[in-house]
Design a protein around this ligand. Sequence first.
Ligand SMILES: [Zn+2]
Length: 605
Amino acid sequence: MKNIYTLIGAVLLCVAQLSAQTRTCHTMGNLDRLLELHPQMQENMDAIEDFTRDFENTPQLRGENLVTIPVVVNVVYKTSAQNISDAQILSQIQVLNDDFRRQNSDADNTWSQAFDTNIEFCLASVDPDGNPTDGIRRRQTNKPSFSANDAVKTANQGLAPWDPSSYMNIWVCNLGSGLLGYAQFPGGPADTDGIVIDYAYFGTIGTATAPFDLGRTATHEVGHYLNLRHIWGDGPCSADDFVSDTPSSDNPNYGCAVGHVSCGSTDMVQNYMDYSDDVCMNLFTSGQSLRMDALFAPGGVRAGLATSGGCGNVSEPTCDDGIQNGDETGIDCGGSNCPACPPSCDDGIQNGDETGVDCGGSCAPCVTVTCDDGIQNGDETGVDCGGSDCPACPATCDDGIQNGEETGVDCGGPDCAPCSTGGSCDTPTGTVATNIKRKRAKLNWNAVDGAIDYTVQFRVAGASAWASEANTAETTINATSLSNNTTYEWQVRANCSGSSSDYSPICSFTAGDSNSSSCAGERLMESTVNAFPNPTTGDLNIQFQMERGIGYRVILLDGMGRVVNEWFTGEQVSLQVDISDVAPGLYFIQVTNGTDQEVIRIVKD
Ligand SMILES: [Zn+2]
């Protein structure tokens, strides 16, 4: 009997395996079709590939420059089952965010090149006409199923896309033919740009069907939409996916073939761009992330998504009384309120000791009307009032408010930084480059109170413009793709709520030279103090040659000049200490004999 049950079990298992679906993505087939229809797409793709290569080979900061892509989900349905719920759509957006930010609960350490891509997704909140939206559009159709011919993207049979330079369009429909989905690579026609997912493989609830019920079909297709190829390069071992840190493979892997070897190496079946089941996938690599980053760089083909207002809020001005009052930091700008001014006069200018136009104070008539340019400039004491002249302002901006360091509306000052709504923000100190290798280095600075994040700028020394800029919430950032023996410059500023600090003095370092970190204005006085190794991971030998006063005191200061530790050595002119418990960063060793003191800089790795 037991054997019969085993036999029945085996037959059932076999049937189950036969009916289990394997992943079928039609993106490459779709590419072939589009290239037939639009031969110039190949030129576009070649140009994008050249741009991507240049971007990948340009020294740059790999920070947390978060890109948030506004998404519109176009549901085209015949049956009510195909008309998937808002909750199912939200479950898919959540998966995209988890997977692209590597916050997926199944992330593991199998592959060290696994990477947080810093790409996020939001359902659009503003439609192309500037009206509020929930980012979901629905249309009922008579068509029982669509195929991969883009009919679902037409106003005729489905829904035409929202402007693909500002929104990522996702269509959800019945694709038929067991097709899970397909995407359009960057460089294709705008009116079909986006991805299509079968309604049975979208999100994690409702109609989502195993083994593709964890939302990874969309993760995979968005990967294509962001210019990623299948991890096996859609060909033999020699075919490339244009990513350097993914192993070569000659075929897709299905199911969950962990440990499968091809082309002489273990396949990365956990990569979202393989054909594994949803439960088996869990990573993009650093190289895939860099390839996607190129799309959002200035001039990148999807840069518009990074600056799209599709998920924005229309920022409300403080008031609209046309004057700067209350605690506003500009006219109808910043601050929390603009209590109505006690009216003073109605001469239409701010004069006397008024605090706004015809507002507050008194308005002794102007002694002399100076000009009529409508702003207070030159040595005027009010708008077009008093003083001796009103030389035309150097125009700064044209945002219609006085902000930044402007001396009038769109006038004077070096810039018109957006209105400050918060307190001040100190310039970061303690800037130092550490872990300086031939191809990379780590840039560090001290935390600033109230900083939300930091903006770092970076370039080859001597270049006139900053080549790379990145934001990070950390107090460190990696510079990568460096050239050995090349000197680089960088600076950092703190961004607080509503205001930013000045940039730190420009610092430099030379790739490959671990002792080359230095910063402008930071040169220290000649010192007899010597400390080694420097940088140190803990052990530190300190020697000095000062005249003995009342005995030597050695003080460890952090980058902001705060005492971290101190030691009294009496007559000894050397000291061995262990600072392994001190946080990595820039420090100073100060030696004093009671009257004189000398300081040197050290770096704790
Ligand atoms: Zn695919």
